[in-house]
Design a protein around this ligand. Structure first.
Ligand SMILES: NC(=O)c1ccc[n+]([C@@H]2O[C@H](COP(=O)([O-])OP(=O)(O)OC[C@H]3O[C@@H](n4cnc5c(N)ncnc54)[C@H](O)[C@@H]3O)[C@@H](O)[C@H]2O)c1
Length: 256
């Protein structure tokens, strides 16, 4: 039980990667705050984790709303006398390029995927306990480095998360908080399924996606959870301001 008695806030924890991360910390003894915008999935995730004996608490939060984030961090800190770690996972994707995106859509994607990371860190940092954990982990994407057409707001926000991770690691060193990030590739979640199911031939696309991976499969939320646990553990005490790519070999290959 590496995180017994610790308090971990996971944003976007009602589904997919976030729920997997909350489960991972919960299994290691942590109390987990499910900071999720969707009440239905947030409550369902809380129920599911509690059934497993995990001290999970859903707190409805839209990470792009400063006041909601401030309240959630204050409530979490009040409940457990502080916060040990924050996993900035909440994110939305939008398949639109620079010519089709309107200004509100740009603001919405950047608001959740980038500003949400800033707000969560801003309001959590003052409550972070002087513990050996004291970590923030930001979920970016391989799209921060290499992307596809018509994904402009998403790619920009994920690139911003990489820069913000590094700059916050410098700023928050005065608080002894380590800040690292993860760049996932294809992870089998609701977000991924929504995209695959929107295609004309989902099976053909899935075969193609599989062929892009050297390890013979796409990722799971548990793959990301394990790395979050590592980054928040004593084993990662000397790791700060770093992004770890978790993509089953996707991004090391050139098309030929
Ligand atoms: N699935 C992938 O292949 C993949 C790859 C790279 C990066 N990522 C990133 O991982 C993170 C999680 O992705 P996922 O695939 O689990 O997505 P998902 O859509 O399956 O789940 C995202 C969760 O975040 C919640 N959410 C959305 N907007 C929110 C907001 N404003 N405030 C709080 N919660 C909000 C959703 O309700 C949902 O529960 C995202 O940041 C995503 O960009 C995913």
């Amino acid at each position: 039980m590496r995180f017994q008695g610790k308090v971990v806030v996971v944003t976007g924890a009602g589904a997919g990667i976030g729920k997997g991360i909350a489960l991972g910390f919960g299994k290691e003894g942590a109390s987990v705050v499910l900071a999720e915008a969707n009440a239905e999935s947030g409550k369902a995730a809380e129920h599911e984790l509690r059934q497993l004996g995990i001290d999970a608490r859903f707190m409805q939060t839209d990470v792009s709303d400063a006041e909601q984030v401030r309240q959630t961090m204050a409530r979490a800190a009040d409940q457990w006398s502080g916060i040990d770690a924050v996993i900035n996972n909440a994110g939305i994707a939008l398949w639109k390029g620079v010519k089709d995106l309107d200004s509100e859509e740009w603001d919405r994607v950047l608001g959740v995927d980038l500003k949400g990371v800033f707000l969560t860190a801003k309001y959590a940092a003052p409550f972070m306990k002087q513990s050996s954990v004291r970590s923030i982990v930001n979920i970016s994407s391989v799209h921060a480095y290499a992307t596809v057409p018509h994904y402009d707001a998403y790619a920009a926000s994920k690139g911003g998360v990489v820069s913000l991770t590094r700059s916050m690691a410098l700023t928050l060193k005065e608080d002894n908080i380590r800040v690292n990030g993860i760049c996932p590739g294809f992870i089998d979640t609701e977000m991924y399924r929504r995209y695959v199911d929107s295609l004309e031939d989902p099976a053909a696309y899935e075969r193609y996606v599989l062929s892009l991976h050297t390890v013979g499969r796409i990722g799971t939320p548990d793959d990301i959870a394990r790395t979050c646990l590592f980054l928040c553990s004593e084993d990662a005490a000397f790791i700060n301001g770093t992004m770890i790519t978790i993509d089953g070999g996707l991004s090391i290959q050139l098309k030929h």
